[in-house]
Design a protein around this ligand. Sequence first.
Ligand SMILES: [Zn+2]
Length: 224
Amino acid sequence: MEITENVHLIPNIIANPYLIIDPDGLTLIDAGLPGSHKKILGYISGLGHSASDLKRIIITHADMDHVGGLSAIKKACSARVYASAIESDAMSKGVPSRKIKSRNSLRRLLMGVASLIMKARPIPADEIIKEGQILPVLGGLHVLETAGHTPGHISLFSPSTGILFTGDSIISHHEELSRSLPQLTWDEANADEAARKQAALGAHIVCPGHGPVIKEAINKFPKI
Ligand SMILES: [Zn+2]
């Protein structure tokens, strides 16, 4: 599903993966749950590209619904994987980068069981990225440290297009943007700061990890 020229949301995958088409190749942001590789690679071929056109895979954080499809996609192409140091360390062990602090014991138990059943294959990043770096994607994709949902979470902002990829630091529901769900948040104060920092960017389009893409986003950020 094309969001704007050369930026696509690959549909029907948990969590939302985004595909960016640049003249030098394709960039994928996040890789969905385990098994998502078929839909992702199918979408790429549906656009008339081959898996070998995929040059970069950027991971916002190491939760299984963002890295589950990564190892199978990586096998099909020679893309380099980018993530923060903290999230890459967790990815190399196939675990999330933080423990769920939910006060709801049933929810904690269910999350624990889910993480045992659906373990992501260990795969570290090829390149560690951090705040201030600008990747050669979509006219310059700025790396933002947006810890809170997880300790090493990153978001990505393209000033020339006004598109912000928030991972799970900001999610959407209908036409509204909200901060990372409290029961899945590693640190509340950091999550608030990450939301404020992103609200101040002047982004026009928000591409979240969960929920629909939000256009005319400028006044829809959570007021924190
Ligand atoms: Zn997450």
